[in-house]
Design a protein around this ligand. Structure first.
Ligand SMILES: [Zn+2]
Ligand SMILES: [Zn+2]
Length: 370
């Protein structure tokens, strides 16, 4: 049923906030420019706050708290909770429970930001409605056992005001001589732009892009969306492998959230990073291509059997290559030089075997395409 936005269904606090913040952003920017004049430093201050806050949502709220895709020490958690609050997207208790429900019931009526209700609803309409104003208790049980999460929930408004508004405003004044400039860009500009870039994950990331891993839901992979969302644009992968700490799995995928988690890991502040095996990922990708092909061919087509055999070979050789790599990486310090160099040779050879098998599978797939 189409959602209706009226005086009985609207959450007035959320609606007012989402309308007033862009107005304040434009008005305060105009006032700042006319009173104090443009200063590039204020823009950089806004960008710094935007990144700190945005990454706290993606690396903290999303991948650490909502998905538990890695573990982090209290300092990192505290950083994400304070700067995450600065995004004015609610406490993690509320945000995380909504998000888990989204994954669990994606594209259904129970999905809090169900894209089938239309682009506007998935983007921000759902926030305007009273219906979605509550914590989804079933999906928040572990949050209630985390004292830091409870602390943030209790003092959410104070924390968000301090880190989201007061801090950038004061820094704008103290460092660059204009409190107004700090308020316009570091506080308001950051909140408004970040709101919509986060909302895009629920709207555009379910509309734009490709579906390499599964087409059982609307989530899509898009490198362009990754640029706008600190790497969250690989949303098809994320919906299929939601516990992986990465969204962009290749080194050239733009995923600054993943890079930040890697940095924390280097300094011993994050650990237990969950990674889905290359074999499982490739298997999902190959399966998806086979499913698409099977839809075009008849079920009994013998060529599908042949394709399956080639896939098995490719996956087995991938496993072998990965096993040699793991053996090498885990024993770099212990093995003798000779053993390491023979292992390196095996890695090279098994990689070639895999590439040949994968190429055969791809060629066969192309030849069968109708
Ligand atoms: Zn989604
Ligand atoms: Zn997610």
């Amino acid at each position: 049923m189409a959602k209706s936005y009226n005086k009985d269904t609207l959450s007035w606090l959320n609606t007012t906030f989402l309308i007033v913040t862009p107005i304040l952003f434009i008005a305060s920017t105009a006032l700042w420019l006319s009173v104090d004049g443009f200063d590039i430093n204020q823009l950089w201050l806004g960008v710094v706050f935007y990144c700190l806050t945005g990454l706290s949502i993606t690396a903290g709220y999303h991948r650490l708290f909502a998905h538990r895709s890695y573990k982090a020490n209290s300092l990192v958690k505290l950083f994400f909770l304070t700067f995450g609050a600065a995004a004015f997207q609610n406490s993690i208790l509320k945000w995380g429970s909504d998000h888990r429900l989204h994954h669990n019931k994606v594209d259904t009526e129970a999905d809090p930001y169900n894209i089938n209700e239309g682009f506007f609803y998935a983007h921000m309409g759902w926030i305007l409605l009273k219906d979605n104003d509550t914590v989804k208790e079933k999906y928040a049980k572990d949050f209630y056992r985390d004292p830091l999460v409870l602390w943030q929930h209790k003092y959410y408004l104070i924390i968000s005001a301090v880190f989201g508004i007061i801090m950038p405003t004061v820094l704008g004044g103290v460092l660059f001589g204009s409190y107004l400039g700090g308020f316009a860009l570091g506080a308001m500009g950051k909140v408004v732009v970040l709101h919509h870039s986060t909302f895009f994950i629920n709207s555009l990331c379910h509309c734009l892009g490709s579906k390499p891993y599964t087409d059982t839901n609307t989530a899509k992979d898009s490198w362009f969306m990754a640029l706008l969302t600190f790497g969250e644009g690989y949303h098809n992968f994320h919906h299929y492998f939601q516990n992986d700490y990465r969204n962009g799995i290749m080194w050239y995928h733009f995923d600054p959230t993943k890079w930040l988690i890697n940095i924390f890991e280097k300094f011993g502040m994050a650990w237990d990073l969950k990674v889905v095996s290359s074999k499982k990922i490739l298997n999902a990708k190959m399966n998806m291509k086979e499913i698409r092909l099977a839809r075009k061919l008849s079920k009994q087509d013998a060529r599908l059997e042949e394709l399956l055999e080639l896939k098995k070979k490719a996956l087995a050789s991938l496993s072998e290559w990965q096993d040699f790599r793991v053996l090498y990486l885990n024993n770099k310090a212990e093995f003798t030089r000779e053993r390491l160099s023979s292992l390196k040779q095996k890695i090279r050879e098994s990689k070639k075997v895999f590439q040949t098998h994968f190429h055969e599978w791809n060629q066969y797939l192309d030849s069968v395409q109708v």
